[in-house]
Design a protein around this ligand. Sequence first.
Ligand code: 13P
Ligand code: SF4
Length: 310
Amino acid sequence: SEETTRLHEEINRLKKEKGAVIMAHYYTNPEIQDVADFIGDSLALARIAQDVEENVIVMCGVHFMGETAKILCPDKRVLVPDPEAGCSLADSCKAEDFEKFIKLHPGHTVISYVNTTADVKALTDIVVTSGNALKIVNSLPDDEKIIFGPDRNLGEYINCLTGRNMVLWDGACHVHERFSLEKILELKRENPDAEILVHPECRKPIQTVADKVGSTAVLLQYARESKATRFIVATESGILHQMRLQCPEKEFIAAPPSDTCGCNECAYMKLNTLEKLRRCLAEMSPEVEVDATLAERARRPIVRMLQMSR
Ligand code: 13P
Ligand code: SF4
């Protein structure tokens, strides 16, 4: 629309004026993705944040993504369009409870998913994302005892594939837990040639029927390279925008959630709007701040992840 074009022009002008770079997660609204300099999964967004030359990063995603960028780049200003964009998975793991959990399992290496707050990361030995979790766990000795949090579904997935018995924190993402196996199988019956793409935050029965389980970037790459021309996609529906842009000749069907009132959108990701993006550039606020001592402690397991997943 005209309004979108106007906002894109204004955002591009402000971006140059402020020397900023705009990063967006695949789950953000299409019009945000279309104005971003980089779009990625959580792993790519962390990697890119570290490498960009600009001194101002605008992170269109959820809070932990901005926080991770700030921890990796303490000298840069990290702006977020809406500081209320949280994450139900990060919320399911409070640092004080996680600390007690760790104390209950002495001698365990603590692995945390990147969808956590800085204080949980500070209690962690190695951070992982869905894009590198399997590789990182596999690189540890077979007999290493591991605590894995907070996503139980990703943890179970890794336990199944590696034969390990990691101790799992009982957390989950409200969007990914909602997908219905029955409805996905119904869609598969109607579209027998379609391949099923599943994010590892989905429950195990859904992972079991997948042709590919992976992070948003992994699923996107799989869709590009697969010989199939139709896909049923069980993850947040924002990813469909890049799938359709990058594979215009293929068809993508969003897997439906089980309850009629729920939806396959992450309400937190969708708090990012073009107008809020424009305003945060114009006002150079809201800015992500992380206490320096906390950032230092949270940085170590993130850097370890980046080194281990090269
Ligand atoms: P990715 O690391 O696959 O981008 O996932 C992030 C996320 O929040 C999934 O819900
Ligand atoms: Fe968090 Fe789930 Fe939203 Fe991902 S989709 S940001 S895990 S609430």
